[in-house]
Design a protein around this ligand. Structure first.
Ligand code: NI
Length: 138
């Protein structure tokens, strides 16, 4: 598995994006309004590291509870798999508890993701491989 991005919770996504840009981060694509998870998402990159700003836009967003605890902070690492089903099974056998059903991520070209929780590592996200014609790079 390869690290695809670090997920970063933020309360105000435009303010956060501007602050990261001032630090030298560059936007990758535009803002995505993810209606399944009720979050706005924006990717930025610096020095080969990709971060994902995630900001809830509704009280029943999947991260509405998390942001009350974490405020503005990194909260997951996303791993891109070569074999989604096999890596998912290995993680579940290795002590991870799956938090949701695999579902398309509109911010990542509709590729499926799922979130897992590990008692010692915290939260991680698993991303299915890019289809040959998806036009995205790892
Ligand atoms: Ni993510």
């Amino acid at each position: 598995m390869k690290i695809h991005h670090i997920g970063y919770l933020v309360k105000k996504i435009e303010k956060a994006a501007a602050a990261f840009e001032a630090m030298g981060y560059v936007r990758e694509g535009g803002m995505t309004h993810d209606e399944y998870r009720k979050v706005d998402i924006l990717f930025l990159e610096k020095d080969g590291y990709r971060i994902e700003l995630v900001s809830p836009y509704a009280p029943d967003s999947v991260v509405a509870g998390l942001i009350k605890t974490y405020k503005n902070a990194p909260y997951h690492i996303c791993y891109e798999t070569e074999d989604f089903a096999a890596e998912l099974a290995a993680l579940e056998n290795g002590g991870c508890v799956r938090m949701d059903e695999p579902a398309p991520a509109p911010a990542i070209g509709g590729r499926r993701v799922t979130f897992l929780m590990h008692a010692a590592m915290g939260m991680l996200e698993l991303l299915e491989p890019c289809a040959p014609d998806c036009g995205q790079e790892a």
